[in-house]
Design a protein. Structure first.
Length: 369
């Protein structure tokens, strides 16, 4: 099913309360007021897209936009002041919202359970990863309005892995455009691969799909993050609990240089690596561990190599996502199963201190500015 843009406001119920966590700068002075949003899963008690305000006393969870459900991921177009949010369900949807969160368009992702979305640097292309159907959707956006011009193009992944419970078929988990915008990469947990989709920009379609990187069989790659300056990317594997250091080629392929564990030596319990991020300076890398319930912090060397600095508790259970807020000297962690957002103070050297507070947000899975 394809939904054409709808230029009508959505109905929204407002729920929520005043729940806060502290947010102070290193000098002890309250940071400037800002706003965040938390995406939640309805089946885990989520009330919708929850608004978060930074006030002098800390972060406050307020109104929940009940019509924006299962927002597993989203991106913002600064140029058009539009927010693109996924609705992760069997019939996956992508909603477009203005600055007031009025819905201005809705489109099918042409797949099941979309879990990641990316916007090209020039704001003319939008892509989503459909987890359960193992496919990628690509929309061409109107340069003047930022709205989808029609039905998305779809690329179907192929492949499977040896861990049949999770890898019986392809499961696209992440998408991202290269700096040129001509190549869309997608990470597939089920196929143990990174796919490279070469884009015909004039036609707004995927012209060719190839394998950019074959991950270790059974590792279950989940997310990828690029170094801000070096031709290096970091691939986190959910099932193997590893980060691979990859060197990127001009043709869109990757070659592995090294691999490190996201878990402490000697840990043997069940755990699944999740989110990954690099700081703005390109000197620190962070990974969340669901099960071990920690954030792993790595130092990034001059050539992109990794060295473990610390593990710090995530302040809850099952850290699916975190938001690195360097301007506020903090990391906010979305702990899905304990239903809260924990604040971890960020040191000048990029290390983290233990959590100092939690805001209860049931079913939280994603945070966005």
């Amino acid at each position: 099913m394809i939904d054409t843009p709808l230029f009508r406001p959505s109905r929204r119920a407002v729920v929520g309360g005043a729940l806060a966590i502290g947010l102070l700068s290193r000098t002890g002075i309250a940071a400037p007021i800002s706003r965040l949003f938390a995406g939640t899963y309805a089946q885990e008690g989520g009330a919708g897209l929850v608004s978060l305000a930074a006030e002098q006393g800390g972060w406050t969870a307020g109104a929940a936009h009940a019509a924006i459900r299962n927002a597993s991921f989203g991106v913002v177009s600064p140029r058009h002041r539009l927010r693109y949010l996924l609705d992760e369900q069997q019939k996956g949807m992508m909603g477009v919202y203005d600055a007031s969160l009025r819905q201005v368009a809705m489109s099918s992702t042409m797949g099941a359970d979309p879990c990641h979305i990316a916007l090209s640097e020039d704001g003319t292309l939008l892509a989503a990863a459909n987890y359960s159907s193992g496919s990628v959707a690509l929309w061409a956006l109107n340069p003047a309005t930022g709205l989808p011009t029609g039905r998305p193009a779809v690329a179907q992944h192929q492949g499977s892995g040896p861990k049949t419970k999770r890898q019986a078929g392809p499961h696209a988990h992440w998408v991202g455009f290269d700096r040129s915008g001509d190549i869309l990469h997608s990470v597939d947990l089920g196929a143990d691969a990174i796919f490279s989709h070469h884009i015909d920009r004039a036609a707004g379609r995927i012209a060719k799909t190839s394998i950019a990187y074959r991950a270790v069989a059974g590792s279950g790659p989940r997310h990828l993050v690029r170094h801000p300056r070096l031709p290096v990317a970091y691939l986190v594997a959910e099932l193997a609990n590893t980060v691979s250091v990859l060197r990127g080629g001009a043709d869109g392929t990757f070659a592995r240089r090294a691999e490190v564990s996201t878990l402490p030596a000697g840990f043997s319990g069940p755990s699944y690596a999740a989110h990954i991020a690099v700081n703005a300076a390109g000197t620190r890398l962070y990974v969340s561990n669901r099960g071990h319930d920690s954030i792993a912090v790595f130092a990034i060397g001059a050539t992109g190599d990794l060295r473990l600095l610390q593990h710090v508790g995530c302040g809850g259970h099952w850290p699916r996502f975190f938001l690195l807020m360097e301007d506020r000297n903090a990391m906010l962690v979305a702990n899905e199963r304990s239903g809260g957002i924990a604040r971890l103070p960020l040191e000048r050297d990029g290390r983290l201190r233990p959590a100092v507070g939690t805001t209860p947000v049931p079913g939280v899975v994603f945070l966005t500015e």
